[in-house]
Design a protein around this ligand. Structure first.
Ligand code: NAP
Length: 283
């Protein structure tokens, strides 16, 4: 068997093209340009590259982006003050504080400060609570992108056994809830899970989000499974996922590549959330 590659890059480009048209029409009708503000504290190279991708995405979809770069020694109170100012700025529709933040800043305090209406990352406790309760909210970007990628395969998610590796607040846990919404039977595994392979071998849909290069080997995958690789790891200066891609291709029915899989979808979901925030705020 050779798996079909589900290209996040292609799907993302398609969604961005459609979004660009909708945004252009909105600007023409309302004379308001959706505006995302990204705050970057420090000079972590990976964060800088993620921020660049977000700015490029805004350009592609005719939205405005502003990058506010702050030095690594920025105090927590200063960052809170900035976020509060952005909350009150009517020309700003989405606020994203790039994570991780330097150790001396409490991330949860910052996320809690972002107004729910502008929390386009969907990380605030209110947005998370609404997601769990299936209320209207901004869905977190990576999990929302993962669901779109699974749907792109046209498999019926209902009743499938989905196994998630990783229980982080930004990937594993929200993916669990979004898959439950789709009527999957979901198992979530983590570093303390015993006999991990027993779970992965039973997965119709396997989502790897642990941050360990090529951790998921072909013998851990059920033949015909859909494999979504969320991991981003750097090995010998090259990006690779959490799945041993070349060998997994022989076992899975569908698989996402790294790079070009989940990553572009994450940014695309952020762009959709920003446009949605703008429409809601300017209603
Ligand atoms: P994280 O916060 O570090 O969480 C990692 C999770 O993996 C934890 O729940 C951990 O378990 C679990 N884990 C670690 N080793 C394990 C093992 N040997 N067996 C089973 N579970 C194990 O990571 P994250 O933020 O969720 O990110 C995960 C990966 O996805 C990273 O490579 C990250 O760069 C990537 N990512 C990509 C995107 C994108 O848009 N492409 C977005 C977000 C993240 P414990 O809870 O027990 O410690």
């Amino acid at each position: 068997m050779s798996a079909k590659v589900v290209s996040g890059k292609e799907l993302a480009n398609k969604i961005r093209e459609e979004l660009k048209d909708k945004v252009s029409q909105f600007i023409e009708e309302k004379n308001i340009v959706p505006h995302l503000v990204v705050v970057l504290v420090g000079d972590d190279p990976a964060s800088q590259s993620y921020v660049k991708g977000k700015q490029k995405g805004c350009e592609q979809t005719n939205m405005k982006s502003t990058l506010i770069k702050l030095p690594v020694e920025t105090k927590e109170e200063e960052l809170i003050e900035l976020v509060e100012k952005l909350n009150h700025d009517e020309t700003v529709h989405g606020i994203l504080v790039q994570l991780p933040l330097p150790k001396h800043i409490d991330e949860s305090k910052i996320i809690n400060t972002i107004s729910v209406e502008k929390d386009v990352d969907g990380f605030s406790p209110i947005n998370v609570g609404k997601m769990v309760l299936k209320e209207d909210c901004f869905l977190p970007c990576t999990p929302a992108g993962i669901i779109k990628l699974i749907k792109e395969t046209n498999i019926d998610i209902t009743g499938k056994h989905a196994v998630i590796l990783g229980r982080s607040n930004i990937v594993g846990k929200p993916v669990l809830h979004l898959l439950l919404r789709e009527n999957a039977t979901v198992t979530i595994c983590h570093s303390r899970t015993k006999d991990l392979k027993e779970f992965t071998k039973d997965a119709d849909i396997l989502i790897a989000a642990i941050g360990k290069a090529k951790f998921v080997t072909a013998d851990m995958i059920k033949p015909g499974a859909v494999v979504i690789d969320v991991g981003v790891n750097r090995v010998d200066n090259k990006l690779c996922g959490d799945v041993d891609y070349e060998n997994a291709l022989e076992v899975a029915s569908y698989i996402t590549p790294v790079p070009g899989g989940v990553g572009p979808m994450t940014i695309t979901m952020l762009l959709e959330n920003t446009f949605e925030a703008c429409k809601r705020i300017t209603k």
